[in-house]
Ligand binder design. Sequence first.
Ligand code: F6R
Length: 263
Amino acid sequence: MKLVIQPDAERAARLTAALIAKALREKPQLVLGLATGRTMESVYKNLVRMHREEGLDFSLCRTFNLDEYIGLPPDHPGSYRYYMNHHLFNHINIDKRNTFLPDGMAEDIPSSCLCYEERMEACGGVDIQLLGIGADGHIGFNEPLSALGSRTRDVSLDPSTLAVNGTLFKNPEEMPRRAITMGVGTILDAKETLLLVTGAAKAGILAKAVEGPVTSMISASALQFHPHCRTIVDEEAAAKLEGQAYYRWMFENEPEWAEYRGK
Ligand code: F6R
């Protein structure tokens, strides 16, 4: 794993968006794995800005989201389809037919999960998977004890996730208790993973996930197995990392990061 510390959340989001933009310019048919949540909002703002100001082209890009609530129709403001349209898809030149989310309204959820995996595979697999981390260490909605080899499936949400995400619903009682998520194994199949973590509230779980032992209790720790994982964090989230000095040295010295320094 490569870990980069940026001065603040905005700079961390900007770097994350710049890495995605670079990959998209290099491969216009990029298969992009997407996440939702508060942390991602500024990444999407930056991508929208790059589309408007720099002509960043999404016309051939295909996207697969990590997760979706069960039982919310796509036009429900709490659904992740709504979130993605609102924050990204409505503002860029992507063909919405190339944007995929798990089907939270499917009658046969297991077979729709299988179809989701098959569709990803038919597109050649995810090139870059964008990730955030939950308070309980989840990536996607892979709550504690999610098997490290798990695939796309339906899950029960952890009470801590219900408490945090419930505040995003007008009426928190409306938040579904269950969701569909790519599995940890599905996420690890992406050719690259890009984890963005910001804010003091995530400092403890970030340190456990990246510097602690790999455990299904913290699904983000499985990223330690991924050969091409970049983790971008802000100073607040980095506060509890033991290896801070080394991570800073790498960012300042590795040629890979030269074009992003001082931006
Ligand atoms: C949502 C997702 C989740 C979030 C995580 C952090 O699609 O994949 O794993 O990334 O819950 O959410 P925020 O950014 O709201 O703290």
